[in-house]
Design a protein around this ligand. Structure first.
Ligand code: NAD
Ligand code: TYD
Length: 352
């Protein structure tokens, strides 16, 4: 039997791409997707691989330590790719407790289970935490970039919870020698992203001729990476990364929100056959997000130099592919926005 790898949060946006990549690329691995199926989890994201013999789904909450420990013991897990999290900044501003619970205590529960099961033999084991560049805080409008040595300075409850979980992961390495790796990645975009995040929300609103709420003046800058490039980086780091290390992952692709929004509008109008500029009037400036970080930008040179990864997709190509995917998969979007997807899986997985 091959290795058993536990992927948490595999029903979410990035997790589903990672699960798909691992299930298809490594037929000898047993891939367990552990997910609580919160509002952000959607097993329809994995329809194409759900019947593969090396794939198994377990509905569980990472905060439920006794259950997590049993899953570790029952399945002889050798590697963990930990992506389960509450991931949306706006939600964290409204409900910070859920973020502390899942992102901090949930991560701690996984770490503790891994430590208890692996403590007699750490060889061949790996606990890999997928984290965010938002832990580094905010940059000014200059040429500076986040490196692996940038001091943590989180501002939102989301980034504070991810920073805290990163610290726990490192603490388990320093204190108990648990083999760990952390990556901190910039903003992802692509298929299967929950439409509360900027890109899918705006594509869907343009399609439905609804307002596009731009926070503040739209001047904030984000570095965007196509999600499959992130999944590919995760594969490389998991297999070749050095234990105890941190790697930054980024797109070398900075955009102010307003410029990005104009590209999205242009692409959606083009693919829908609308007149150029037809949807420009949907742009609606709204009150800024509280504590809105000005700029994120990643220096991913370490990953490039040490492990040979670079983003493969040009942004123009990635955004066109993404818009096309959402327009071609309206049923997916409609099921998510109507809440239909939750009812279906509630019945299917009411028990583990
Ligand atoms: P997502 O919100 O789309 O998915 C999160 C998944 O975790 C969902 O399937 C959800 O059901 C599951 N989950 C939530 N709470 C859980 C719990 N208590 N127990 C078990 N499962 C639970 O998130 P995403 O955008 O795919 O992000 C995945 C990871 O990558 C997160 O850790 C996030 O911090 C990190 N990250 C995201 C981005 C980004 O741009 N989206 C960038 C860098 C890092
Ligand atoms: P988001 O997709 O929520 O990701 P993050 O907050 O993790 O960077 O937001 C991306 C950027 O877009 C961020 O600067 C906030 C902004 N934004 C809007 O202007 N309007 C919106 O409706 C949303 C969801 C985001």
């Amino acid at each position: 039997m091959g290795k058993t790898i536990l992927i948490t949060g595999g029903a979410g946006f990035i997790g589903s791409h990672v699960v798909r990549l691992f299930v298809n690329k490594y037929p000898s691995y047993n891939i367990i997707n552990l997910d609580k199926l919160t509002y952000a989890g959607n097993l329809a994201n994995l329809k194409d691989i759900e019947n593969k013999p090396n794939y198994k789904f377990i509905k569980a909450d990472i905060c439920d330590f006794p259950t997590i420990l049993n899953i570790f013991k029952d399945n002889n897990i050798e590697g963990v790719l930990h992506l389960a999290a509450e991931s949306h900044v706006d939600r964290s501003i409204k409900d910070p407790f859920t973020f502390a619970s899942t992102n901090v205590l949930g991560t701690l529960s996984l770490l503790q289970a891994a430590k208890e099961c692996w403590k007699d033999d750490f060889s061949g084991k790996m606990f890999y935490h997928i984290s965010t560049d938002e832990v580094y805080g905010a940059l000014q409008f200059d040429n500076t970039l986040f490196t692996e040595n940038t001091k943590y300075d989180p501002h939102s409850p989301y980034s504070a919870s991810k920073a805290s979980s990163d610290h726990f992961v490192r603490a388990f390495h320093d204190t108990y020698s648990l083999p760990i790796i952390i990556t901190n990645c910039s903003n992802n975009y692509g298929p299967y992203q929950f439409p509360e995040k900027l890109i899918p929300l705006f594509i869907n609103n343009i399609r439905n001729k609804k307002p596009l709420p731009v926070y503040g003046k739209g001047e904030n800058v984000r570095d965007w990476l196509y999600v499959e490039d992130h999944a590919r980086a995760i594969d490389i780091v998991f297999h070749k990364g050095k234990v105890g290390e941190t790697y930054n992952i980024g797109g070398f692709n900075e955009w102010s929100n307003i410029d990005l929004i104009k590209v999205i509008i242009k692409t959606v109008d083009k693919l829908l056959g609308n007149k150029e500029g037809e949807s420009d009037n949907l742009i609606t400036y709204v009150t800024d997000r509280a504590g809105h970080d000005l700029r994120y930008a990643i220096d991913a040179t370490k990953l490039e130099k040490e492990l040979g990864w670079r983003p493969s997709l040009q942004f123009e190509e990635g955004i066109e592919k993404t818009v096309k995917w959402y327009l071609d998969n309206q049923q997916w979007m409609d099921n998510v926005t109507s809440g239909e997807y939750e009812k279906y899986y509630e019945n299917m997985y009411s028990n583990r």
